[in-house]
Design a protein around this ligand. Sequence first.
Ligand SMILES: NC(=O)c1ccc[n+]([C@@H]2O[C@H](COP(=O)([O-])OP(=O)(O)OC[C@H]3O[C@@H](n4cnc5c(N)ncnc54)[C@H](OP(=O)(O)O)[C@@H]3O)[C@@H](O)[C@H]2O)c1
Length: 240
Amino acid sequence: MNKVLVFGASGSTGKQVVKTLLDRQIIVTAVVRNSVSFSKHVPDEANLVVLEADITNEPMSFYSNCIDENDAIVSCLGHNMTLAGVFGSPRLLVHDVMQNIVNTIKDTKPKALKKLILMSSAAVTNAHISEVPPLSERLVVSVLRTFVPPHLDNEKAAELLHCQATKNRSIEWVIVRPDALFDEKYESPFDVCDSPSRNSIFNSGKTSRINVANFMSKLVTDEALWHKWKGKMPVIYNKI
Ligand SMILES: NC(=O)c1ccc[n+]([C@@H]2O[C@H](COP(=O)([O-])OP(=O)(O)OC[C@H]3O[C@@H](n4cnc5c(N)ncnc54)[C@H](OP(=O)(O)O)[C@@H]3O)[C@@H](O)[C@H]2O)c1
């Protein structure tokens, strides 16, 4: 496993994912909307390919070309926290990109397995293992689902992997669920659990982006860790 494609590479977590993968000698293709702005934060280096693209409008040939060349695909996509980012188009950014990835793998039938790693949220419930969040959380999340498109997007993207990717033998996936994100310079101790241990709305835990990045990168390079979490939705909390 030595080539990884990163969507949302310019985001706060995506940049850290790119850097931690490069630190592990992985060849990284970073898909970004603005390569000039990205290169101010992530310096050019031999193992880094920066691909400028409008992923919501690219033809399927774009997806097949870049997926074909990579062993793993990481998505750190998320809606920009502006009115246009939250309520404007594309409302199902993460889901639609994951759908394009899954369709491409289905159509191209690659010989080697593709690992998909999706950054999601602790507020997204894993219904497939009968998780039942507290009532107060469920009430607020049902409002979010109706009125705040990014939450529905994260739910639909996770469901897509559960339902469609699971049926495809060329795909294995992990959905990583951080709680409230914050920035920290260095990796720190963290816990990874099968399900949330806190109310993600009223008593959320904290998760540093650098810890998410390190966990995702380790999933790419550490086969035992991948085997432990494949087909699951690990929740990651910083230790307090
Ligand atoms: N905030 C929290 O506390 C929290 C907690 C748990 C989970 N999450 C989830 O974590 C994920 C990432 O968080 P983050 O803070 O790293 O996000 P972020 O910094 O906002 O990064 C979002 C990424 O998505 C890209 N993007 C946004 N709209 C796009 C579009 N229309 N077309 C193409 N690319 C687009 C951005 O590109 P540009 O740089 O070009 O804008 C950027 O690369 C999100 O899915 C979020 O739901 C967040």
